[in-house]
Design a protein around this ligand. Structure first.
Ligand code: PRX
Length: 690
């Protein structure tokens, strides 16, 4: 039994989930369509079972002794000094895993594979968007990381110092992250699509000492400049201590240069000593900070440490993806700027000695079939991608993937947002020849590694459901009063026991860490439970269906954005008086940003309003990054508010999704919603796709 705060009051969308549960036939594009009854089952094939990596005994073993189970997984890594204590949870929510052990994360991802005789194995088959490519063996990758580590040391980077990485998907991104880890420094990778302001906020918050960037990278057939964004960010930062910027030459675009501050990566590496012996660091040595959106305008710097993180990402990468490192060619399409890129492009696969594909560009450059050509070219066996991409391909038609030979694929993964059963089945049928298992993996930036997923070769898969917690992870779904929901019920997803890859905090903000994740529910032992911010449902088999966020966080194409962040970008524009942002369900991207804006000059003609809408979409993209650009900016004259002045976003969501408007009786002026619905109707056909 647990105790809970009045979550329904805190998270109004939670009430929405319960209402939606009562009407299972709501819009087929919302995550709620996963509430429909699903009868299809796909048991593992006999051949898959024969060669499976994950043993069914893992569940029992973890059940019997969770800590010993994780200790055994941790011992698969190379420890400079063995740990004697698995978990210290004496000061929750601050966990310490394997704390008296020491290791080097990069050594685990590189040197030990070379020493084991696998130096010639390809670590990265890198494919540039324009068609150039490079295959890099473990021995070569190790050599590059050693040189890069020496460059960082030469620039005065010390253990614990923060280094920002703002790079395209090129091998140097992986090399940088591993070099930073190798010397015990902390990386903060910033997605290459973020704006100068977003880069500046992250540099400032983490007090970054050095930035690694590129002149530019290829995206959609053009060079997207990156260094100019870093220049602009650094020009604006108040008290940052960035003294050097290392620049990889990739885009060959013209850039400005500061002799005192900027260094070319290739020159620095060429001049660096080739040897570097990896020192060991404590298991709790910070490994990285990764910023993610919360419910306020300020992104949170999620902190991860070394030993526990590496243990869980290596374990899950091996068992969830059924990895046979000698024969598999694995491809995770995520950018290293997101957590999926950290855990399942860099640390998990490399810790396991996998061979993987890394691709720089977008799926439709130069044409829509690029991904499938890459799979054919490298004989990719395991593909890990996001539902938004799958739904986009579905729309374009099966002829495009069918033009390539995809017969090498034997396992497909999904991550980042709920995958609707229709997309799941298409993925299996069209991409996986109707044969491959699909693993729908639920996890978060905060959890560090996969938490809920089928295990291929063991689990009978079910379209639309993420299914069960992986061995060693304890998940529950609770009512807002903290009671476990019965099967068939919906509630809030919690993690009831600490796990090795769990976040260790929010950078510089322990109070926010406690409040955001650990203050909603308490376990019977008095320790706080981790509240994930997601709604979930338990089906009749006791399996999990994820229902999306219950807070003011949106999930656009599998990327997290907060409504508050976009609202604050909007009101930073001088023409905006007030704004309210909601995530409305979208057929392709899962959710889309819809902004309702009151302009300062209230009496504008329609033409000027349309221009304002275009201008503001651009403004948000400039302020935060293109991923945050609203799909719609609706100019309104009033927003729906309660008598105490609180904006009722739920009603705006109803309107944006074309549903009947819910209860308006608590509005100060119930007529407001009528005019908003009218505005939406006028807006849609005109500038939907601007
Ligand atoms: O709402 C859940 C959704 O993505 C959120 C985490 O976002 P982020 O930290 O950016 O990490 C994304 C990649 C791990 C979660 O709170 N989410 C992630 N995976 C799934 C999912 N929702 C449903 N099904 C999933 N498989």
């Amino acid at each position: 039994m647990t105790t809970g705060a009045a979550i329904g009051a805190v998270f109004p969308i939670f009430r929405q989930i319960n209402e939606d549960l009562a009407m299972p036939n709501s819009s087929s594009n919302s995550p709620i369509d996963s509430l429909q009854h699903e009868d299809r089952r796909f048991p593992p094939s006999a051949t898959f079972i024969k060669n499976r990596v994950a043993e069914p005994g893992l569940y029992g073993e973890a059940q019997e002794n969770r800590l010993e189970f994780w200790a055994r997984q941790a011992r698969e890594l190379h420890w400079h000094k063995a740990f004697s204590e698995t978990l210290d949870w004496s000061n929750p929510p601050f966990a310490r895993w394997f704390a008296d052990g020491t290791l080097n994360v990069a050594y685990n991802c590189l040197d030990r594979h070379v020493l084991a005789g696998n130096g010639d194995r390809v670590a990265l088959h890198w494919e540039g968007e324009p068609g150039d490519s490079r295959s890099i063996s473990y021995a070569e990758l190790t050599a590059e990381v050693k040189r890069a580590a020496n460059v960082l040391l030469g620039l005065g980077v010390l253990p614990g110092d923060r280094v920002a990485v703002y790079l395209p998907m090129i091998p140097e991104a992986v090399i940088s992250m591993l070099a930073i880890a190798r010397i015990g420094a902390v990386h903060s990778v910033i997605f290459g699509g973020f704006s100068a302001d977003s880069v500046r906020d992250r540099i400032d918050d983490a007090d970054v000492k050095l930035v690694i960037t590129a002149d530019g990278g290829w995206r959609k057939g053009k060079v997207l400049p990156l260094k100019p964004t870093v220049d602009a960010a650094l020009a604006r930062v108040g008290n940052h201590s960035v003294s050097k910027v290392l620049v990889v030459k990739r885009g060959e675009n013209t850039i400005e240069w500061s002799d005192a501050r900027d260094l070319w990566w290739h020159e620095a590496l060429a001049n660096a000593a080739p040897e570097h012996e990896a020192q060991s660091f404590e298991a709790e040595q910070p490994l990285f900070i990764l910023y993610t959106s919360g419910t306020t305008g300020k992104p949170k710097g999620i902190l991860h440490t070394s030993g526990g993180y590496l243990t869980q990402v290596a374990f899950t990468h091996k068992n969830v993806f059924d990895l046979h490192p000698e024969t598999d060619v694995y491809w995770c399409t995520a950018d290293v700027g997101w957590v999926t890129g950290h855990s399942y492009v860099v640390y998990g696969p490399l810790a396991n000695g996998a061979t993987q594909v890394m691709y720089e560009g977008v799926p439709d450059a130069p044409a829509a079939g690029r991904w499938w050509k890459i799979i054919e070219k490298y004989g990719v066996t395991i593909l890990y991608a996001a539902p938004t991409a799958i739904r986009t391909f579905m729309k374009l038609g099966r002829e495009i993937p069918q033009a390539s030979d995809l017969s090498s694929l034997r396992l497909l993964g999904s991550v980042g947002e709920p995958i609707n059963p229709e997309a799941w089945v298409w993925y299996r049928e069209v991409i996986g020849s109707g044969l491959t298992p699909i693993v729908d993996t639920w996890w978060q930036t905060e959890t560090g590694g996969i938490m809920i997923s089928a295990l291929p070769g063991i689990t009978t898969t079910k379209p639309g459901s993420a299914q069960v917690a992986i061995p060693g992870i304890s998940i529950d779904v609770l009512t807002d009063a903290g009671e476990p929901v019965p099967t068939g019920g919906g509630g809030l997803l919690v993690v009831t026991k600490p796990w090795p890859a769990m976040l260790r905090g929010i950078w510089n903000d322990p109070d926010r860490f406690r409040k955001t994740y650990w203050s909603s529910f308490t376990g019977t032992d008095g320790a706080p439970l981790y509240f994930a911010g997601d709604g979930a449902r338990l089906d009749d088999d006791g399996e999990l269906w994820l229902l999306g966020r219950v807070d003011d966080v949106m999930n656009i194409s599998g990327h997290r954005l907060s409504t508050a962040e976009i609202e604050s970008a909007l009101v930073s524009h001088p023409i905006v008086a007030e704004s309210a942002v909601v995530g409305a369900s979208d057929e392709t991207t899962g959710q889309a940003v819809v902004a309702f804006v009151i302009l300062r000059a209230k009496q504008l003609d329609k033409q000027t309003e349309a221009e304002a809408s275009v201008l503001l979409r651009k403004h948000v993209a400039e302020q935060i990054g293109a991923i945050a650009r609203p799909r719609d900016v609706i100019i309104v004259t009033e927003l729906p508010k309660t008598r105490s002045g609180k904006i009722m976003r739920r009603l705006l969501r109803d309107a944006a999704e074309g549903r009947a408007i819910g209860d308006v009786t608590t509005l100060a002026d119930p007529a407001v919603m009528n005019s908003i619905v009218d505005r939406l109707a006028e807006h849609r056909p005109a500038d939907f796709n601007n």
